[in-house]
Design a binder for this molecule. Structure first.
Ligand code: GLP
Length: 238
């Protein structure tokens, strides 16, 4: 179903089917010459990573650039996004190069340095999840549409939503390094995946609401080619 020329919505039954659909799109893009892929973390892309792990798709010529990392967590910390990516993907699938902000790195290195990496390796396909408050990466409501990679403060909503991965909310880092919304928008194509009722408002606002910095994902309405993979619950308010 096409809502707007630049936005395509694919509805799937559940996260298993969503993972398969996302995998198919990655495969097609690789056949079409994809060289650089932007990758997300979170529970949403887990089934997609599972499909990739179980496939014989060869990523050895592909560069991966991740969206974000918690500040203060070492790469081997079990709740760090480095650890997540190694476990879910990189240990099983060798890539040509992988990049992720270092949660223990200096601000200049992890922001300006990261933007240089993105500029050197323009992203062909950026894959995204979405926060319940419509954040992308860790670009919380109010983030500038012109933002590049930045040190960001997490909102209480996000700390609350992400505490399930930690022993308690107190253990959730308060800051992160995140690719900015302008960095995300620089990708040739974007694929956003969302499952569950708690994402329905964010999805409806992103696709049909006003384009405003209060709804970070609404910036996607201005992108030339976005595909949303949604289960029925996430698509229920469209
Ligand atoms: C985190 C990440 C986002 C992710 C979001 C949703 O805050 N920084 O990149 O999209 O959470 O996570 P989940 O897929 O677990 O709902």
């Amino acid at each position: 179903m096409s809502l707007k020329d630049n936005i395509k919505v694919i509805r799937v039954k559940d996260k298993v089917e969503g993972g398969k659909k996302a995998f198919e799109i990655i495969k097609e893009e690789m056949e079409a010459g994809l060289k650089v892929i932007g990758l997300p973390t979170g529970s949403t892309p887990e089934t997609m990573y599972e499909e990739i792990r179980e496939s014989d798709l060869d990523f050895s010529e592909v560069i991966a650039i991740n969206l974000d990392e918690y500040i203060g967590l070492a790469p081997d910390h079990p709740q760090s996004y480095h650890y997540f990516m190694n476990e879910k993907l990189f240990n099983a699938k060798p890539f040509k190069e992988t990049y992720m902000p270092n949660g223990l790195g200096s601000e200049t290195e992890e922001t300006e340095g990261y933007d240089e990496i993105i500029a050197e390796h323009p992203i062909d396909l950026q894959i995204l999840g979405i926060g319940t408050n419509a954040h992308l990466g860790f670009n919380e409501p109010g983030s500038s549409f012109d933002g590049l990679t930045e040190k960001v403060e997490l909102t209480e909503d996000t700390i609350e939503a992400n505490k399930r991965f930690f022993d308690s909310a107190d253990d959730v880092p308060r800051q992160a390094y995140s690719m900015g919304l302008a960095s995300i928008m620089s990708a040739d194509k974007i694929m956003l995946i969302a499952y569950g009722e708690n994402k329905a408002d964010a999805i409806a606002d992103a696709i049909n609401g006003p384009v405003t910095e209060e709804v970070p994902a609404s910036i996607l309405q201005k992108h030339q080619e976005v595909v949303f993979i949604l289960d029925e619950a996430a698509a229920s308010k469209l």
